[in-house]
Design a protein around this ligand. Structure first.
Ligand code: BDP
Length: 600
């Protein structure tokens, strides 16, 4: 799905700002039929939960409503007119005046409505968007709705981060020509010093297509006619981690000399490959350093914010991180574009987090129901998961920064039914994108002996908490356990391993000369212990600390004002461990560190 953009033939109006807002039935039974009662207004983009002080809004389970008046630019007569919602978490319904024009499930991927037949150029219309935060056993991510004895509906879920909801990303009104480019797919390769760009253009009607590739100076370096083809760029400048270089692909539809449509897209030329226990980018072994992140800030919740985008990437640069994982859902497209432009490598994850009744919310034993069964994660769940994969890959397939798809975070891969659930999803991922490796982040109770799905994947992602949830406060035991575990995984599969999560909750300002959990010294010693072990294991190809920053969670006795495993606080101040990571990562760059030779 193409990102809306302004070109010679397309226009774009941002609908971000303040919208009228109402919760549940406060807006009436059919809120789209007229202006809401009440005076609430909500910011878009932002999660709505923390904007208000009313707990009834924060804890509401079900639909909320956003509304505003929109004027269609008068020059748009004869064009197709669309509304694009970058994200409605977790389900959305769009109404133009009284008419339902789009519905969508899945909280982190975009959808759009063609409203050409409902509105007119130059006129105003009422745009109403309903957003539901409900999670069930057939949504991705899954959850359960319970009712308290006094009749309150409560949303439970199997992940720890807070269930922020609303219009957390931008909403757009845009125009496109009737005959237009509806999709573009590029796959890049390198042949000696020549870059190869295979492209496929999809159009809404048979049309004469021409593509042109411009370098960063704007000079055409390759061109071709037709809906598909292969462009060759002699002396190509590659997209490299830390050294991004982007060409621009200009796709045009012509009728004689008239340009009917034009779309412009950045393209980075790079290759990705798994060979043995190595992860190669442009043929060079790549060692991932960085974080699992969250889209999470005070007040705006998961609302996209360009200031935090810039600042987070500045901090990743400061600390020497070369990569991150979009734990635990697809991030805003602005983030992916920024990673493309700044050479940050991304592992792109679906919102399939919490497919696990064996653990709940990270720790603690859950109930004994099976995770995969008709009553729990079933065929319908898998269909929703497949749809989430389709939409993720449709949206992000052209980003050079994305080097791997992550199908799920911490599924109960040890239970009966896990393989039947995951094998078709991995096959679907490979069919949709044969070029990128596929991974999953495995949970701490999975071992090479009991895990049923690891062999389906190219790279093993391990989320492990030796020294935190296990052997808490005992780093000597943790070190031995971690080394034994990594050695066993490496021996069992002969695949590259990324530590996709390791981290310790840390309260900034707590200090100790001993190994006392929650202190800044403990977080540092905990991470250093991991690094010693990683450097001794050949199959390790990366380390992603959990988490970049502290983040909001649902309530629970093991959470103090949220999850505190951040290397930065929620307002992005460094804890002591940040300085240690900075020394290590800036020194190693993207090259796997070698363990110092033993002093035998
Ligand atoms: C892991 C989850 C992650 C949690 C983390 C934790 O993947 O989302 O935040 O544990 O408990 O199980 O800190």
């Amino acid at each position: 799905m193409l990102k809306p953009t302004a070109t010679a033939t397309r226009e774009l109006v941002s609908l971000d700002g303040l919208w009228r807002f109402a919760v549940g039935t406060a807006a009436g039974d059919q809120p789209w039929l007229g202006p809401f009662d009440g005076t609430l207004e909500a910011a878009v983009p932002a999660s709505y939960n923390d904007l208000f002080v009313d707990p009834a809004i924060r804890d509401h389970v079900g639909w909320v409503w956003y509304q505003r008046t929109v004027r269609v630019p008068r020059g748009w007569a004869g064009e197709r007119i669309l509304v694009r919602v970058d994200a409605a978490t977790h389900a959305g319904k769009v109404y133009a005046d009284d008419r339902l024009v789009a519905e969508h499930s899945g909280g982190y991927t975009p959808f759009e409505a063609d409203i050409t037949d409902v509105v007119a150029a130059g006129d105003e219309f009422r745009l109403t968007i309903g957003v539901s935060n409900e999670l069930t056993n057939t949504t991705i991510p899954p959850g359960t709705i319970t009712v308290t004895p006094d009749g309150r509906r409560q949303q439970k879920y199997l992940h720890d981060f807070y269930n922020y909801s609303g219009l957390a990303r931008s909403v757009w009104l845009y125009s496109v020509p009737p005959v237009r480019v509806s999709d573009i797919a590029v796959v890049t390769d390198v042949d000696g010093r020549t870059g190869v760009i295979d492209y496929t253009v999809t159009t809404t009607a048979p049309a004469s297509v021409r593509v042109s590739l411009r370098d960063a100076a704007g000079d055409e370096v390759a061109a071709g006619p037709g809906e598909r083809g292969s462009l060759r760029v002699p002396q190509v400048t590659l997209w490299q981690p830390g050294r991004a270089y982007l060409y621009e692909l200009v796709v045009e539809i012509h009728d004689g000399d008239t340009v009917l449509d034009q779309y412009r897209m950045p393209v980075g030329v790079r290759t990705v490959e798994v060979r043995g226990t190595q992860f190669l980018i442009n043929g060079q072994p790549f060692y991932f350093t960085g974080f699992g992140k969250h889209e999470d800030t005070a007040v705006r919740g998961k609302g996209h914010d360009n200031a935090y985008l810039v600042h987070d990437f500045q901090l990743m640069d400061w600390i020497g991180a070369n990569s991150f994982r979009t734990s635990h859902y697809p991030y805003a497209e602005e983030v992916m574009d920024f990673a493309d432009r700044h050479g940050i490598v991304v592992i792109d994850e679906t919102a399939a987090v919490g497919l696990n009744l064996f653990i709940e919310g990270g720790i603690g034993r859950g109930d004994k129901r099976p995770t995969f069964s008709p009553e729990t994660m079933n065929d319908e769940t898998r269909n929703a998961h497949a749809q989430a994969l389709r939409e993720l890959i449709a949206r992000d397939k052209n980003h050079p920064s994305v080097v791997m798809w992550c199908v799920s975070n911490e599924p109960s891969s040890i239970e009966e039914g896990a393989r039947e659930y995951f094998a078709p999803l991995v096959a679907l991922t490979r069919e949709l994108d044969p070029t990128r490796p596929v991974t999953y982040a495995s949970f701490m109770f999975a071992t090479p002996g009991n895990d049923r799905i690891a062999d389906l994947f190219d790279v093993l992602g391990l989320n492990r908490y030796h020294g935190w949830y296990m052997a808490n406060g005992d780093l000597a035991t943790a070190e031995a356990d971690l080394e034994a575990e990594l050695t066993a995984w490496a021996a069992a599969h002969g695949k590259p391993i990324i530590m996709s999560e390791y981290g310790a909750d840390t309260m900034p300002g707590l200090h100790s000369v001993w190994d006392i959990p929650w202190t800044e010294e403990y977080q540092t010693a905990f991470l250093e212990m991991h690094h010693r072990v990683f450097d001794r294991i050949e199959a390790m190809v990366g380390e992603h600390v959990w988490n970049f920053a502290d983040f909001r969670t649902s309530n629970g006795i093991h959470r103090v004002d949220g999850n505190k495993k951040g290397v930065f606080t929620r307002d992005r101040l460094p804890k002591a461990a940040a300085h240690m990571l900075r020394r290590r990562w800036r020194q190693i760059g993207s090259t796997k560190p070698q363990a110092p030779r033993s002093r035998a």
